[in-house]
Every structure is written in C-alpha cells, then in structure tokens.
Design a protein around this ligand. Structure first.
Ligand code: 4NP
Length: 135
C-alpha cells in the first residue's frame, strides 16, 4: 500500500500545489510512484476549483516543473484518507487540528519544515501578497 501524503496551505494555489508537484517530480525521478501518493488542499474556500497561481506556476516552470491540479478545501475526511498531513505554516496547522476527528489522528499532522534540512525556516512564508522576491 502506498504512503499517502497531503500538503496543506491556506488557498491551495501557491505553497501546497508547489509542494505536491515538486514531490511528485522527485517521486517520478526515483520511480517511487507505486510507493508514495501525494495531494494538496487549502484550509480556506476562497480559491476552490482554481488552478495554481500564475506567479507560482511561472516560478515552478523555471525549475522544469508544471504545477497541475485545482484547488480544493481540506476537510475532516482527509484525516482518514492520508497517512501524513503536512502544514505549511502554524496557522494552517491550527486550522487542520481544529477539524481533527480525535487524538488518534493528531500525530499525522506535522509541519512540512520539520522535514527540511537545507534551511532553518520553520514555516513556508505565505507568498500570496508578494514578498522580497514576489513577482
Ligand atoms: P497559499 O497562498 O496558501 O500558499 O495558496 C495564498 C493564496 C491565497 C490567499 C492567501 C494565501 N488569499 O488570501 O486569497
């Protein structure tokens, strides 16, 4: 049985679709498609059905990665569907936990940056309103 991983941000149009598609790229490179399955979702409903943000899609394209998928909202059933639920920032983490069906599910939810080894950041910054490197 494949391990199922869900990446979660606020809108599901910038950070989590990037994480999902980058992860899929790495999975394909390593021929692990039958072992790991990824998806992404947003805690908010604003962008349901929308494609990834064009600025994020352009940035990903620069790395040779196409951002596929449409935004959907995280819901409580995702606690059943996934083995790991990875939050981009602490507010995402709190919003996910608020929907937890019970304590037995809570260990599935982690901060994505807990798994990052190449930088010290503990959260993935929200890029939507543009930062120092906003396009
Ligand atoms: P994401 O970025 O959570 O990385 O998809 C955002 C997308 C939309 C909004 C905020 C963050 N928004 O406020 O609409």
């Amino acid at each position: 049985m494949a391990i199922r991983v869900l990446f979660v941000c606020l809108g599901n149009i910038c950070r989590s679709p990037s994480a999902e598609n980058i992860m899929n790229h790495l999975i394909q490179q390593r021929q692990l498609d039958d072992q790991v399955v990824c998806d992404s979702a947003g805690t908010a409903s604003y962008h349901i059905g929308n494609p990834p943000d064009c600025r994020m899609a352009a940035a990903a394209k620069g790395y040779g990665i196409e951002l596929k998928g449409r935004a959907r909202q995280f819901d409580a059933a995702d606690f059943e569907r996934f083995d790991w639920i990875l939050a981009m920032d602490r507010q995402n983490y709190r919003d996910i936990m608020a929907l937890s069906p019970g304590a037995a599910y809570n260990d599935k939810v982690r901060m994505m940056c807990d798994f990052c080894r190449t930088h010290p950041d503990q959260e993935v910054p929200d890029p939507y309103y543009g930062g120092a490197r906003g396009l």
